[in-house]
Design a protein around this ligand. Structure first.
Ligand SMILES: NC(=O)c1ccc[n+]([C@@H]2O[C@H](COP(=O)([O-])OP(=O)(O)OC[C@H]3O[C@@H](n4cnc5c(N)ncnc54)[C@H](O)[C@@H]3O)[C@@H](O)[C@H]2O)c1
Length: 299
């Protein structure tokens, strides 16, 4: 079985890649820093004994890089059973990706949208009726306070790092539900779920202020999960037998739970999907059958 983990060189992504390797999967960690990626691969191989771990360059802040990554992956002629959309930036000062998108929206959301979209044909070929391919996308509790402004997705009128991060994490939940709707409609053997890893002690917090950093330093051992603990729900979403064929879930602490009310808004899911395809200059349904208007909501 083959998995791709974006941002797999450190933090939750690294631990996810390690746990998947330990379970015998062939793992490709997709990294924007190839040197630290190679070091992470070395460590995973040493610790798990699994030689089938490698890293490949991927900068989610560049749509060109996303396309090149997919081309290079396709050239390997490998199947793909698990795609973990893990990489992210948080609270970065206002900046833009290579393609002019606001950094959180571009890296966390649009980069992963395009990556998933371009890998769908391989996921389709790799998923089987009794063993679906899985797309696991990292969101966050922060999405509950996220607001999606369809008229200003790039936060041009008013930029707040917290607002931009929360928006990107809400967008990823909306994306997951809409993707599953397309996949169900076309009867492909792929499922899509979103995961909240909890509050985890990683470098993600490097752009927080000194007071937060001090509090984190004092209380991390008590209040924060370790990256390995944070990765458990991700691995659960990627491999758990009880999630076979199950999509459109929001998973936290290893369990299905409700995401924010707004994330179940079918109209918003569809509008965001259409707008994203426009921004990425890709066809609206991209080989997926046309969408239905039915809302995705947990039963
Ligand atoms: N740490 C937490 O408390 C927490 C809480 C909720 C959700 N999350 C989510 O978990 C995921 C992993 O975060 P983490 O805590 O391990 O953070 P981290 O900062 O340790 O790791 C983030 C990874 O993303 C990669 N990355 C950043 N920009 C990239 C780009 N342009 N292209 C490719 N890769 C890029 C980084 O290199 C790094 O490997 C993120 O999606 C984050 O939003 C984390």
């Amino acid at each position: 079985k083959v998995a791709i983990v974006t941002g797999g060189a450190k933090g939750i992504g690294y631990e996810t890649a390690k746990q998947l390797s330990r379970l015998g999967m062939r793992v490709i960690i997709a990294v924007n820093d190839e040197r630290s990626g190679q070091e992470s691969v070395k460590r995973i191989v040493q610790e798990t004994g699994n030689q089938k771990v490698e890293c490949m360059g991927l900068d989610l802040a560049s749509l060109r890089s996303v396309r090149q990554f997919v081309q290079r992956f396709k050239a390997k002629n490998l199947p793909l059973h698990v795609l973990v959309n893990n990489a992210a930036v948080m609270l970065v000062p206002q900046s833009s990706t290579e393609d002019g998108f606001e950094e959180h929206f571009g890296v966390n959301y649009l980069g992963h949208f395009l990556l998933t979209y371009l890998l769908l044909d391989i996921l389709r070929q790799s998923g089987k009726e009794d063993c679906n391919a899985r797309v696991v996308t990292l969101s966050s509790t922060t999405h509950y306070v996220g607001e999606l402004n369809l008229n200003d997705l790039q936060s041009r009128s008013c930029y707040s790092p917290h607002g931009a991060y929360a928006q990107s994490k809400l967008a990823l939940v909306l994306f997951t539900y809409q993707l599953q709707q397309h996949l169900t409609a076309e009867r492909s053997h792929i499922t899509a779920n979103a995961v909240d890893p909890g509050i985890v002690n990683t470098d993600l917090y490097r752009h927080t202020n000194w007071l937060f950093k001090l509090c984190k330093w004092l209380s991390a051992w008590l209040l924060f999960k370790t990256p390995a603990q944070g990765a458990t729900t991700v691995v659960h979403a990627a491999l758990a037998p009880e999630l076979e064929g199950v999509g459109s879930c929001y998973l936290a602490n290893g369990q299905k739970t409700n995401s924010s009310d707004v994330s179940y808004d079918a109209e918003l899911q569809s509008q965001l999907w259409t707008l994203s395809c426009k921004l990425l200059s890709i066809p609206g349904t991209g080989g997926l059958t046309s969408q239905t208007s039915e809302s995705i909501h947990p039963t």
